[in-house]
Write a protein of this length. Structure first.
Length: 493
């Protein structure tokens, strides 16, 4: 037995599954000889059963310098079709009005890149030193005001030419829309719907309102990586304004964002091409989330943001005019921050009563372990892994969905929709899960206690996660672990 193994074995108890306590001296230095071993520091999971994407993840490529050290190209929130007050009743009926004041917003690409590198599609969570955290349905409804209860965002595609659908709902047909093509150019929307006639009839006003809503959906809720076109599947969502108001828009936004982060981190693409350079989805919403959860990364000047109010306006408004703090090498500095992140504001909205169009949102909805659906994008929501965000005691969560299932969901989502292609819908099983979401609510006992470094959960977590994203962070983590283990040895002498 080596001196490392002897040191790790001293005073060690047995875990509940017959294993050791997982308290081990890292391979940084022999605690008795004080000599550095020849082995390099490796932050990889000790137990790889959870993170099956290890070795294929962007963070692994960056570690070996294969992907380079560049930030994602991220899209800001923009709506190219101008807003008119005449559109207000339609947008309000559709449940989209709360999003209108949340633009424009240009995210900090360095901050977002450093954070998304810690995203694990296997668990739908960010893996940080303090544990797993994630953006949940609670965050979406609080920051955006979008509904998180309601029908899944998916519609049947009628047996009708897209040109006929455009003529019926928009009053005109795009010049390059022919046959089975199901996308329109954003520039066409801007040119055709920027100037509402003064004598416009109610029908024309409604058509212009639809064009604005379509631009909002593409530019804010579900922005793709190009920003040049929008799929007409979204136009079908706003054919009937009242029906649109029954959609769980917030759940769809989260599904789309999860998908985009997964595609950018695991490099999953049905074409085999790299997706690591761009990031779609409502990235500005993710930045609001970062500033709420990690205030030391938020803008320093308190005057740049509005106070958190108790009214029905989305909380994201308080960050709209704010900008990120400036560092020398921003991307690397943010990576170091996340490598050392040992604190998080678990419940930033704790004192705020949440309202959505007059109805109090029940916390059970926030904790539903269900698939989130946006047409073919079906991503799992795992609040059971972040119960501390709901003031509950965190236990070792169940094993998430197997690799084959997750990869299938990504392939289905990335395969379409594209030009001339039949839309792929969510499976009946996923829709059934969503419709029964109140039956799948994660729960635990409420507590204000913090999880200490050597708590059972954190010992388990450090074994199954990748502990650092940078070499400097890995050295610091190993030093801290070594000193804690050495102190433990001294206390047991």
């Amino acid at each position: 037995m080596t001196s490392d193994e002897e040191a790790a074995g001293r005073g060690r108890g047995r875990g509940r599954r017959g294993r050791g306590s997982r308290l081990r001296v890292p391979r940084l230095m022999d605690p008795y000889s004080m000599r550095l071993p020849p082995a390099t520091i490796d932050p990889s999971p000790v137990d790889s059963t959870l993170l099956w994407g290890h070795g294929q993840h962007r963070i692994d490529s960056v570690w070996t310098n294969e992907a380079g050290d560049r930030s994602f190209h991220v899209r800001g929130t923009t709506i190219l079709v101008p807003y008119r007050e005449l559109y207000r009743p339609y947008l309000e009926a559709a449940g989209l009005l709360s999003v209108v004041p949340l633009v424009p917003m240009n995210p900090d690409a360095s901050l977002i890149t450093a954070l998304v590198e810690r995203w694990r599609p296997e668990t739908s969570t960010f893996h940080l030193p303090c544990g797993e955290v994630t953006i949940t349905l609670e965050d979406v409804v609080t920051l955006s005001g979008l509904a998180i209860d309601g029908d899944a965002v998916v519609v049947d595609i009628p047996d009708e030419e897209w040109s006929a659908i455009c003529l019926r709902l928009l009053g005109r047909v795009p010049y390059d829309l022919v046959g089975g093509v199901a996308v329109v150019r954003i520039t066409w929307l801007r040119v055709e719907f920027s100037h509402l006639p003064d004598d416009a009839s109610q029908e024309v006003i409604e058509q212009f309102a639809r064009a604005y809503a379509l631009s909002l959906i593409e530019g804010v809720l579900f922005p793709d990586r190009s920003g040049s076109t929008v799929h007409l599947q979204y136009l079908l969502l706003i054919e009937d304004w009242e029906r649109a108001g029954g959609f769980a828009w917030g759940a769809a936004v989260l599904s789309y964002l999860y998908r985009e982060m997964g595609r950018s981190t695991l490099h999953i693409s049905h074409t085999g091409t790299s997706l690591a350079g761009d990031l779609g989805g409502w990235v500005a919403l993710l930045q609001f989330w970062v500033w709420e959860r990690f205030p030391h990364l938020a803008p320093r000047d308190s005057e740049t943001r509005a106070p958190a109010t108790e009214d029905a306006h989305p909380r994201g408004l308080r960050w709209l005019s704010a900008s990120s703090r400036q560092y020398g090498d921003q991307l690397f500095q943010y990576k170091l921050w996340f490598d050392a992140m040992d604190t998080v504001v678990w419940q930033p909205y704790r004192e705020r009563a949440l309202h959505l169009r007059g109805s109090v949102i029940q916390s059970d909805t926030f904790r539903a372990v269900v698939p989130l659906i946006c047409f073919s994008s079906v991503m799992w929501h795992h609040p059971d892994r972040v119960l501390r965000q709901f003031g509950m005691r965190q236990h070792e969560p169940h094993q998430p969905h197997p690799e084959a299932e997750v990869r299938f969901l990504f392939r289905q989502a990335t395969r379409g929709p594209s030009r001339g292609q039949q839309l792929v819908h969510a499976s009946r099983e996923s829709l059934d899960f969503w419709n029964r979401r109140h039956e799948f609510v994660a729960t635990s006992s409420y507590t204000d206690d913090e999880l200490v470094y050597h708590s059972e959960h954190m010992e388990w977590y450090r074994d199954v996660t990748r502990r650092s994203g940078t070499r400097r962070g890995a050295v610091a983590e190993a030093l801290v672990s070594y000193l804690i283990c050495l102190l433990n040895l001294l206390l047991t002498v």
